[in-house]
Write a protein that binds this ligand. Structure first.
Ligand code: PAF
Length: 284
């Protein structure tokens, strides 16, 4: 295997110093593992732009609002290493929780305004955990560029803001959502769906697409768009809507009127699995 697996922060720093001495740029792809083609798209983009590609695989305990979700999160390191190597990754950084959070660990990063709505409203502490671990990864790996999927649009907005505010010298690169042929956004959580839940799951993207069509056709009232999309979702008895919101793509605040580009974002539950998705919609 050409790919190097690094577990220790000190060892990761040595790799970074070596790459810098050789004049190589570093691209970072932060993940929690259970890799799929969505992560593959991030890795491909990093590979095409950077001299060295570091993927991180760390199921970050402090971003889970429910202990059962943390316990159940798929951990597939062996398969992930094979996948990463096939996508041209040079290093997988997979630290233990103790390595990332040596006791006592008491510093957190928060971007409260951007975390106020959408997932932030329903997952207390989630984005604080995400911003904290990403800030730590940026400090350890010091990447020139870091790659994040647009499926997690609120996470992406928070990380962009954090990188600006804290002067991280890193380019944040958004990568479009990768979808199944029926529209379902790829997610590590999809593998938890039962066959019946999997059949119903594309309704989420269909509802968001309908919202996008309405906006493109000239609807300016977010309440009307939300009602139509929520009605579509309510036809799926197995699906429970957590939120459906239309927000400004940069501030992540709900809009009163649709006048420029907006993000339509939703979270639903199918059984015990929570799915999120979003689309950009443009007022014509
Ligand atoms: O999107 C994810 O997989 C995680 O939230 C991230 C960015 C790797 C931080 O743990």
């Amino acid at each position: 295997m050409n790919l190097e697996l690094i577990r220790a922060v000190a060892h990761m720093r040595e790799f970074v110093a070596g790459a810098r001495l050789q004049g190589r740029t570093i691209g970072c792809v932060p993940t929690m593992g259970a890799l799929h083609a969505g992560h593959g798209a991030l890795m491909d983009r990093a590979r095409s732009e950077c001299g060295s590609v570091v993927a991180t695989i760390f199921v970050n305990p402090i971003q889970f609002d429910r202990p059962d979700d943390y316990e159940r999160y798929a951990r597939t390191l062996d398969a992930d290493l094979v996948y990463s190597e096939a996508r041209g990754v040079d290093v997988v950084f997979a630290p233990s929780a103790a390595e990332m959070y040596p006791e006592p660990s008491a510093t957190f990063v928060e971007v409260p305004e951007l975390a106020r709505h959408l997932c932030g409203e329903f997952r207390p502490g989630h984005f604080r955990g995400v911003a904290t671990v990403v800030a730590k990864l940026f400090n350890i790996i010091q990447p020139d560029a870091a790659y994040f999927g647009e499926k997690d649009a609120q996470q992406l907005a928070i990380i962009e803001q954090m990188a600006r505010d804290l002067n991280f010298p890193v380019r944040i690169v958004p990568v479009p959502t990768v979808r199944e042929p029926d529209g379902l956004a790829l997610s590590s959580r999809n593998q938890r769906l039962t066959p019946e839940e999997r059949r119903v799951a594309p309704a989420l993207f269909q509802a968001l697409s309908r919202a996008r069509e309405l906006i493109a056709a000239g609807e300016r009232n977010p309440q009307v768009v939300k009602r139509v999309a929520a009605d579509l979702l309510s036809r799926q008895a197995a699906m429970r809507l957590e939120y459906l919101e239309i927000v400004d793509p940069r501030s992540m605040q709900p809009v009163d009127r649709i006048s420029g580009p907006v993000r339509v974002a939703a979270a639903v539950w199918l059984g015990t699995t929570r799915l999120i998705d979003n689309v950009i919609a443009q007022a014509s």
